[in-house]
Design a protein around this ligand. Structure first.
Ligand SMILES: Cc1cc2nc3c(=O)[nH]c(=O)nc-3n(C[C@H](O)[C@H](O)[C@H](O)COP(=O)(O)OP(=O)(O)OC[C@H]3O[C@@H](n4cnc5c(N)ncnc54)[C@H](O)[C@@H]3O)c2cc1C
Length: 333
């Protein structure tokens, strides 16, 4: 292999668009590439990439490797690995970045094993050590109770990043880059799995991961009703989505799709309103990237108040309806 240089982002495509994880990876990759003074490449592999290669350039890529094949319509590791082998051989990157998504979480260990290098998953921060040019990879450890910085010596260094942990750069249509159509002869006899069907999660209203405001309820809500009344009314006023800590999902009060935390969804909205949630580390590791956390809890000693930017001590049955009424008034004026 040639000298390892530059950064290669494994872009994802969802419903004909670049999902936020791809623009986040490009934003992070751009910053690292500038620090290294090397190129940022992006791989887009799908049945139809279309103009998304230009979109990847607008979001920071210098080069976009486009692989189009009907076999790449949906992610399947044995197909993608054949694409990855060829493109990594062509680019010979110093660093490979993927999202900590179902695709990235599956593909990254395959890549690390194939290349016999290390891997850091679910990184919250990535930076370059100016002395060694090594990628310093920060992840949360011990169930979200601490953060550790990892690095590996073998190249390429591979990391997956947590959804919403990185920021995209501003889209700039005037950015110049190179689109490199790449032909990969996919050998279907090497593909050992088959997708027999996909089930799309039913979402009414704003999707939790995309909501700018999340109204999240905990065990202290006492049952399913507040999620459909008190919390939903507040969420509707602020055009947000309703989420939950793990116990309400485990108890069957709300669907599992609302579960936020270490074993649930990772969210980073502008405002996260934690209602009757104690603030256990496993919950906070799913929402600590929120720009503002507002806690409403009857226990002044609740851990959530140590993490929240704003807090109200009181019973949610009293505080939340009053907040909803006031917000309605303010937003109407
Ligand atoms: C391996 C592992 C993974 C886990 N993953 C997750 C995860 O992904 N997400 C997650 O959330 N948890 C997770 N947990 C569980 C986690 O440790 C906590 O048990 C859980 O987050 C507690 O949820 P809670 O805050 O809703 O409930 P509690 O800890 O029971 O807190 C309820 C809060 O409600 C307050 N309250 C009660 N009544 C009212 C009222 N009327 N008005 C206002 N406040 C009130 C109480 O003061 C209390 O602070 C995990 C645990 C383990 C071991």
């Amino acid at each position: 292999m040639a000298e390892n240089k530059g950064i290669l982002v494994f872009g994802e495509i969802a419903e004909g668009k670049l999902p936020s994880i791809t623009t986040e990876l490009l934003g992070c990759g751009r910053k690292l590439a500038d620090e290294l003074n090397e190129d940022l490449s992006c791989l887009l592999a799908s049945d139809a990439v279309g103009d998304l290669s230009k979109e990847a350039i607008a979001f920071g890529a210098d080069k976009v490797y486009v692989v189009e094949d009907a076999a790449l319509k949906q992610y399947e590791a044995d197909c993608y690995m054949q694409v990855a082998d060829q493109v990594i051989g062509q680019v010979s990157p110093r660093i490979i970045l993927l999202g900590n998504t179902p695709m990235g979480a599956d593909l990254a260990p395959h890549l690390a094993f194939r290349l016999q290098v290390g891997l850091s998953t679910d990184c919250l921060e990535l930076s370059i050590d100016p002395g060694t040019k090594q990628l310093m990879q920060t992840s949360s450890v011990y169930g979200g109770n601490a953060q550790a910085i990892f690095t590996t010596e073998a190249l390429p260094q591979i990391a997956t990043t947590r959804v919403k942990a990185m920021s995209p750069i501003e889209r700039d249509e005037s950015r110049k880059g190179e689109v490199i159509p790449t032909k990969v002869a996919i050998d279907m006899s090497k593909v050992k799995t088959k997708i027999v069907g996909t089930i799309k999660e039913e979402v009414t209203g704003v999707k939790l991961e995309d909501a700018p405001v999340i109204v999240s309820g905990g065990r202290g809500c006492g049952g399913p009703d507040p999620y459909n009344t008190t919390l939903k009314e507040l969420a509707d006023v602020v055009k947000g989505a309703v989420g939950a800590s793990r116990p309400p999902c485990d108890n069957g009060w709300v669907p599992e799709a609302m579960h936020i935390g270490l074993t649930g969804k990772i969210v980073a909205p502008d405002v996260y309103i934690a209602i009757a949630i104690s603030g256990a580390s496993q919950h906070m590791s799913g929402c600590s990237g929120s720009k503002n956390i507002i806690a409403i809890n009857k226990d002044p000693e609740a851990n959530i108040f140590k993490q929240a930017h704003f807090g109200v001590v009181g019973k949610f049955e009293d505080v939340v309806p009053a907040l909803t009424t006031k917000l309605k008034e303010l937003l109407a004026g």
